[in-house]
Design a protein around this ligand. Sequence first.
Ligand SMILES: Nc1ncnc2c1ncn2[C@@H]1O[C@H](COP(=O)(O)OP(=O)(O)OP(=O)(O)O)[C@@H](O)[C@H]1O
Ligand SMILES: [Mg+2]
Length: 271
Amino acid sequence: MAQRIDVKDLNIYYGDFLAVQDVSMTIDPQSVTAFIGPSGCGKSTFLRTLNRMHEVIPGARVEGTVEMEGVDLYGDDIDPVAVRRNVGMVFQRPNPFPTMSIRDNVLAGVRLNNRRISKSAAEELVEASLRGANLWNEVKDRLDRPGSGLSGGQQQRLCIARAIAVKPQVLLMDEPCSALDPISTLAIEDLIGELKQDYTIVIVTHNMQQAARVSDRTAFFNIAGTGKPGRLIEMNETSTIFSTPAEQATEDYVSAPFLVRASQDVAAVGT
Ligand SMILES: Nc1ncnc2c1ncn2[C@@H]1O[C@H](COP(=O)(O)OP(=O)(O)OP(=O)(O)O)[C@@H](O)[C@H]1O
Ligand SMILES: [Mg+2]
Protein backbone atom coordinates (compact mmCIF):
# COMPACT_ATOMS: atom_id res chain seq x y z
CA MET A 1 0.00 0.00 0.00
CA ALA A 2 2.77 2.43 0.88
CA GLN A 3 4.59 4.00 -2.02
CA ARG A 4 8.13 5.05 -2.78
CA ILE A 5 8.63 8.63 -3.91
CA ASP A 6 11.49 9.80 -6.12
CA VAL A 7 11.97 13.53 -6.47
CA LYS A 8 14.31 14.64 -9.25
CA ASP A 9 15.76 18.10 -9.88
CA LEU A 10 12.80 19.92 -8.37
CA ASN A 11 12.67 23.72 -8.47
CA ILE A 12 9.70 25.32 -6.76
CA TYR A 13 8.46 28.80 -7.60
CA TYR A 14 5.97 31.33 -6.27
CA GLY A 15 5.64 33.46 -9.41
CA ASP A 16 9.17 34.64 -10.20
CA PHE A 17 10.48 33.75 -6.74
CA LEU A 18 12.50 30.54 -6.63
CA ALA A 19 11.64 29.32 -3.13
CA VAL A 20 13.32 25.90 -3.24
CA GLN A 21 16.09 24.91 -5.61
CA ASP A 22 17.20 21.64 -7.13
CA VAL A 23 15.92 19.02 -4.72
CA SER A 24 16.46 15.36 -5.49
CA MET A 25 15.60 12.71 -2.92
CA THR A 26 14.07 9.31 -2.42
CA ILE A 27 11.43 8.77 0.25
CA ASP A 28 11.12 5.14 1.28
CA PRO A 29 7.79 3.37 1.69
CA GLN A 30 6.70 2.14 5.12
CA SER A 31 9.04 4.50 6.85
CA VAL A 32 9.01 7.95 8.41
CA THR A 33 11.02 10.71 6.77
CA ALA A 34 11.56 13.95 8.71
CA PHE A 35 12.22 17.36 7.17
CA ILE A 36 14.14 19.76 9.39
CA GLY A 37 15.72 23.17 8.88
CA PRO A 38 15.36 26.84 9.78
CA SER A 39 12.15 28.79 9.24
CA GLY A 40 11.69 29.90 5.65
CA CYS A 41 13.95 27.25 4.10
CA GLY A 42 11.01 25.76 2.22
CA LYS A 43 10.03 22.64 4.17
CA SER A 44 6.29 23.30 3.89
CA THR A 45 6.61 24.45 0.30
CA PHE A 46 8.44 21.28 -0.67
CA LEU A 47 6.02 19.09 1.30
CA ARG A 48 3.06 20.59 -0.61
CA THR A 49 4.63 19.68 -3.96
CA LEU A 50 4.36 16.02 -2.98
CA ASN A 51 0.57 16.09 -3.31
CA ARG A 52 0.21 18.95 -5.79
CA MET A 53 -1.16 21.32 -3.18
CA HIS A 54 1.54 23.87 -4.03
CA GLU A 55 0.00 24.78 -7.36
CA VAL A 56 -3.34 25.84 -5.85
CA ILE A 57 -1.60 29.15 -5.03
CA PRO A 58 -1.89 31.47 -8.07
CA GLY A 59 1.43 31.68 -9.93
CA ALA A 60 2.93 28.77 -8.02
CA ARG A 61 4.63 26.10 -10.13
CA VAL A 62 7.37 23.49 -10.19
CA GLU A 63 10.06 22.25 -12.56
CA GLY A 64 11.36 18.71 -12.32
CA THR A 65 9.59 15.48 -11.43
CA VAL A 66 7.98 13.81 -8.44
CA GLU A 67 7.57 10.12 -9.18
CA MET A 68 5.46 7.78 -7.14
CA GLU A 69 6.34 4.18 -7.91
CA GLY A 70 7.79 5.47 -11.17
CA VAL A 71 4.78 7.57 -12.25
CA ASP A 72 5.37 11.34 -12.48
CA LEU A 73 2.70 13.11 -10.41
CA TYR A 74 3.16 16.12 -12.69
CA GLY A 75 2.60 14.15 -15.89
CA ASP A 76 0.09 15.52 -18.41
CA ASP A 77 -2.45 12.78 -17.83
CA ILE A 78 -2.41 12.94 -14.03
CA ASP A 79 -5.45 14.31 -12.19
CA PRO A 80 -4.29 16.44 -9.22
CA VAL A 81 -7.45 15.58 -7.31
CA ALA A 82 -6.57 11.88 -7.54
CA VAL A 83 -3.05 12.68 -6.36
CA ARG A 84 -4.41 14.46 -3.28
CA ARG A 85 -6.65 11.49 -2.53
CA ASN A 86 -3.61 9.24 -2.65
CA VAL A 87 -1.38 11.54 -0.68
CA GLY A 88 -3.15 12.77 2.45
CA MET A 89 -2.14 15.78 4.49
CA VAL A 90 -2.33 16.76 8.15
CA PHE A 91 -1.66 20.37 9.07
CA GLN A 92 -0.04 22.23 11.94
CA ARG A 93 -3.28 23.30 13.59
CA PRO A 94 -5.93 20.63 14.02
CA ASN A 95 -8.67 21.71 11.62
CA PRO A 96 -11.74 19.54 12.11
CA PHE A 97 -14.96 20.99 10.70
CA PRO A 98 -16.22 22.53 13.95
CA THR A 99 -19.96 22.07 13.60
CA MET A 100 -19.73 18.63 12.04
CA SER A 101 -20.04 15.58 14.28
CA ILE A 102 -17.01 13.40 15.00
CA ARG A 103 -18.48 10.76 12.70
CA ASP A 104 -19.07 13.20 9.85
CA ASN A 105 -15.59 14.64 10.27
CA VAL A 106 -14.10 11.20 9.70
CA LEU A 107 -16.28 10.73 6.61
CA ALA A 108 -15.77 14.25 5.24
CA GLY A 109 -12.93 13.36 2.88
CA VAL A 110 -14.70 10.27 1.61
CA ARG A 111 -17.85 12.28 0.88
CA LEU A 112 -15.83 15.00 -0.83
CA ASN A 113 -14.49 12.36 -3.15
CA ASN A 114 -18.10 11.45 -3.99
CA ARG A 115 -17.66 7.88 -2.93
CA ARG A 116 -21.04 6.35 -2.24
CA ILE A 117 -21.01 4.03 0.71
CA SER A 118 -23.75 2.25 2.58
CA LYS A 119 -24.60 3.18 6.15
CA SER A 120 -23.04 0.03 7.55
CA ALA A 121 -19.89 0.45 5.45
CA ALA A 122 -19.67 4.04 6.70
CA GLU A 123 -19.95 2.87 10.31
CA GLU A 124 -17.19 0.35 9.75
CA LEU A 125 -14.98 2.93 8.10
CA VAL A 126 -15.54 5.39 10.96
CA GLU A 127 -14.54 2.80 13.52
CA ALA A 128 -11.54 1.53 11.58
CA SER A 129 -10.25 5.05 10.93
CA LEU A 130 -10.71 6.15 14.54
CA ARG A 131 -9.02 2.97 15.73
CA GLY A 132 -6.22 3.62 13.26
CA ALA A 133 -5.79 7.08 14.73
CA ASN A 134 -5.85 5.75 18.31
CA LEU A 135 -8.96 7.74 19.11
CA TRP A 136 -11.77 5.19 19.05
CA ASN A 137 -11.93 4.41 22.75
CA GLU A 138 -12.07 8.07 23.67
CA VAL A 139 -14.91 9.00 21.30
CA LYS A 140 -16.93 5.85 20.57
CA ASP A 141 -19.74 6.98 22.88
CA ARG A 142 -20.03 10.46 21.39
CA LEU A 143 -19.70 10.09 17.65
CA ASP A 144 -22.63 12.47 17.11
CA ARG A 145 -21.08 15.30 19.09
CA PRO A 146 -19.19 18.08 17.31
CA GLY A 147 -15.50 17.60 16.56
CA SER A 148 -14.77 20.97 18.16
CA GLY A 149 -15.66 19.50 21.56
CA LEU A 150 -12.45 17.45 21.62
CA SER A 151 -9.09 18.44 23.12
CA GLY A 152 -6.38 19.72 20.79
CA GLY A 153 -4.60 16.37 20.75
CA GLN A 154 -7.86 14.53 20.13
CA GLN A 155 -8.74 16.96 17.33
CA GLN A 156 -5.39 16.30 15.68
CA ARG A 157 -5.99 12.55 15.89
CA LEU A 158 -9.46 13.18 14.43
CA CYS A 159 -7.77 14.93 11.50
CA ILE A 160 -5.47 11.94 11.10
CA ALA A 161 -8.53 9.65 11.14
CA ARG A 162 -10.11 11.85 8.43
CA ALA A 163 -6.92 11.64 6.38
CA ILE A 164 -6.62 7.85 6.61
CA ALA A 165 -10.35 7.25 5.99
CA VAL A 166 -9.81 7.94 2.29
CA LYS A 167 -7.12 5.23 2.32
CA PRO A 168 -4.20 7.24 1.05
CA GLN A 169 -0.83 5.66 0.42
CA VAL A 170 1.24 8.54 1.66
CA LEU A 171 0.65 10.79 4.65
CA LEU A 172 2.23 14.24 4.79
CA MET A 173 2.31 16.01 8.16
CA ASP A 174 3.40 19.62 8.54
CA GLU A 175 4.40 20.21 12.17
CA PRO A 176 1.43 18.14 13.38
CA CYS A 177 2.35 18.49 17.05
CA SER A 178 3.38 22.12 17.28
CA ALA A 179 0.02 23.17 18.75
CA LEU A 180 -0.14 20.23 21.18
CA ASP A 181 0.89 19.59 24.77
CA PRO A 182 3.65 17.03 25.50
CA ILE A 183 1.25 14.16 26.31
CA SER A 184 -0.75 14.63 23.11
CA THR A 185 2.52 14.99 21.23
CA LEU A 186 3.72 11.62 22.48
CA ALA A 187 0.34 10.09 21.54
CA ILE A 188 0.74 11.38 17.98
CA GLU A 189 4.34 10.17 17.84
CA ASP A 190 3.27 6.68 18.94
CA LEU A 191 0.59 6.76 16.30
CA ILE A 192 3.09 7.76 13.60
CA GLY A 193 5.22 4.78 14.62
CA GLU A 194 2.22 2.50 14.07
CA LEU A 195 1.02 4.11 10.86
CA LYS A 196 4.35 3.59 9.14
CA GLN A 197 3.54 -0.12 8.88
CA ASP A 198 1.00 0.85 6.24
CA TYR A 199 1.96 4.26 4.91
CA THR A 200 4.82 6.31 3.60
CA ILE A 201 5.03 9.14 6.11
CA VAL A 202 6.72 12.52 5.80
CA ILE A 203 6.78 14.85 8.78
CA VAL A 204 8.05 18.42 9.06
CA THR A 205 9.20 19.26 12.56
CA HIS A 206 11.14 21.95 14.41
CA ASN A 207 11.55 19.58 17.32
CA MET A 208 14.88 17.76 17.02
CA GLN A 209 13.95 15.23 19.69
CA GLN A 210 10.80 14.46 17.76
CA ALA A 211 12.71 13.95 14.52
CA ALA A 212 15.11 11.66 16.35
CA ARG A 213 12.27 9.74 18.02
CA VAL A 214 9.91 9.17 15.12
CA SER A 215 11.86 9.20 11.88
CA ASP A 216 13.96 6.64 10.06
CA ARG A 217 15.54 9.13 7.70
CA THR A 218 16.01 12.87 8.03
CA ALA A 219 16.44 15.56 5.38
CA PHE A 220 18.07 18.83 6.41
CA PHE A 221 17.13 21.94 4.40
CA ASN A 222 18.84 25.29 4.72
CA ILE A 223 18.71 28.78 3.28
CA ALA A 224 21.61 31.16 2.66
CA GLY A 225 19.51 34.27 3.39
CA THR A 226 16.23 36.01 2.61
CA GLY A 227 15.41 36.00 -1.08
CA LYS A 228 17.71 33.02 -1.63
CA PRO A 229 16.19 29.64 -2.38
CA GLY A 230 16.06 26.88 0.19
CA ARG A 231 18.12 23.81 -0.61
CA LEU A 232 18.38 20.23 0.56
CA ILE A 233 21.75 20.07 2.31
CA GLU A 234 21.81 16.39 3.11
CA MET A 235 19.61 13.41 3.79
CA ASN A 236 20.52 10.22 5.58
CA GLU A 237 19.56 7.78 8.30
CA THR A 238 18.27 9.87 11.20
CA SER A 239 20.91 8.47 13.57
CA THR A 240 23.65 9.56 11.15
CA ILE A 241 22.22 13.05 10.68
CA PHE A 242 22.19 13.56 14.43
CA SER A 243 25.57 11.96 15.21
CA THR A 244 27.90 12.22 12.23
CA PRO A 245 26.38 14.38 9.47
CA ALA A 246 28.48 14.99 6.38
CA GLU A 247 27.97 18.76 6.27
CA GLN A 248 29.08 21.33 8.81
CA ALA A 249 25.81 23.26 8.39
CA THR A 250 23.83 20.19 9.43
CA GLU A 251 26.04 19.64 12.44
CA ASP A 252 25.65 23.30 13.48
CA TYR A 253 21.88 23.09 13.15
CA VAL A 254 21.20 19.80 14.91
CA SER A 255 23.67 20.39 17.73
CA ALA A 256 22.71 24.00 18.48
CA PRO A 257 20.76 24.44 21.71
CA PHE A 258 17.11 25.17 21.01
CA LEU A 259 17.33 28.91 21.74
CA VAL A 260 20.32 29.37 19.46
CA ARG A 261 18.55 27.48 16.71
CA ALA A 262 15.42 29.58 17.19
CA SER A 263 17.43 32.81 16.93
CA GLN A 264 19.18 31.45 13.82
CA ASP A 265 15.72 30.87 12.42
CA VAL A 266 14.85 34.50 13.09
CA ALA A 267 18.19 35.65 11.64
CA ALA A 268 17.63 33.58 8.47
CA VAL A 269 14.25 35.25 8.02
CA GLY A 270 15.51 38.73 8.93
CA THR A 271 18.62 38.89 6.75
N1 LIG B 1 1.97 31.55 -0.59
C1 LIG B 1 3.21 32.03 -0.75
N2 LIG B 1 3.48 33.00 -1.65
C2 LIG B 1 4.74 33.47 -1.82
N3 LIG B 1 5.80 33.05 -1.13
C3 LIG B 1 5.61 32.09 -0.21
C4 LIG B 1 4.31 31.52 0.04
N4 LIG B 1 4.42 30.59 1.01
C5 LIG B 1 5.73 30.57 1.36
N5 LIG B 1 6.44 31.46 0.63
C6 LIG B 1 7.89 31.72 0.72
O1 LIG B 1 8.59 30.52 0.40
C7 LIG B 1 9.71 30.38 1.26
C8 LIG B 1 9.62 29.06 1.98
O2 LIG B 1 8.51 29.11 2.89
P1 LIG B 1 7.99 27.84 3.69
O3 LIG B 1 6.73 28.20 4.36
O4 LIG B 1 7.97 26.68 2.77
O5 LIG B 1 9.17 27.64 4.76
P2 LIG B 1 9.24 26.62 5.99
O6 LIG B 1 10.57 25.98 5.92
O7 LIG B 1 8.04 25.75 6.01
O8 LIG B 1 9.23 27.62 7.25
P3 LIG B 1 8.58 27.40 8.72
O9 LIG B 1 9.56 26.53 9.44
O10 LIG B 1 8.55 28.79 9.28
O11 LIG B 1 7.23 26.80 8.57
C9 LIG B 1 9.73 31.60 2.18
O12 LIG B 1 10.57 32.59 1.62
C10 LIG B 1 8.29 32.06 2.13
O13 LIG B 1 8.20 33.44 2.39
MG1 LIG C 1 6.45 25.47 7.37
